[in-house]
Design a protein around this ligand. Structure first.
Ligand SMILES: [Cu+2]
Length: 174
């Protein structure tokens, strides 16, 4: 019973690991700032639908524009802006499977490197290996009554030996 419970908890953990969305801080410890390499940051992770990006930065120093690919490439946000954020702590849920293109639209920041794109895939459990085959539970040890039976048999046997020996002795004495 104890083993079954542990195995069930293990299964639940595997299931949750495969489905619970991740939260990614853009730029990791460097955050959303000039000087971070967002191209390499964005390639470190496999993003899937339901994950969340968090942009943290000094409010007013930067902003976050979700843009089209063309605007990402040109760094010209006069067109092709899909969404804008400027709170300094922007949490963007990636609820679609598509490419997301982000830039900072403060002068010069996009051209200076504050831009990246990510390819958000379908949330799936393909990154989870097959669960190892569950071993058959070890059968419980045989009941302790067996030892009583053994003792009982032994006692009967020794009684029988004693009787034979006694009879033998009686025969000798005749
Ligand atoms: Cu900026």
């Amino acid at each position: 019973m104890g083993e079954a419970k542990i195995f069930l908890i293990f299964l639940i953990m595997v299931f949750l690991k495969g489905t619970v969305s991740e939260v990614y801080t853009v730029g990791d410890e460097l955050r959303w700032n000039t000087g971070a390499n967002f191209g390499s940051w964005s390639q470190k992770y496999n993003f899937s639908a339901g994950d969340t990006l968090v942009f943290t930065y000094g409010k007013g120093q930067h902003n976050v524009y979700e843009v089209t690919e063309a605007t990402y490439r040109s760094c010209n946000a006069s067109t092709g802006v899909l969404a804008t954020y400027d709170s300094g702590n922007d949490q963007i849920q990636l609820d679609q499977t598509k490419k997301y293109w982000f830039i900072c639209n403060v002068d010069g920041h996009c051209l200076g490197g504050m831009r990246f794109f990510i390819d958000v895939k379908e949330a799936s459990s393909t990154n989870i290996g097959p669960t190892p085959p569950q071993r058959e539970p070890i059968p419980p040890p045989p009941p302790a009554a067996n030892s009583c039976t053994t003792t009982y048999v032994f006692d009967r046997w020794s009684l029988w030996v004693s009787l034979v020996a006694f009879g033998f002795l009686l025969q000798l004495s005749e």
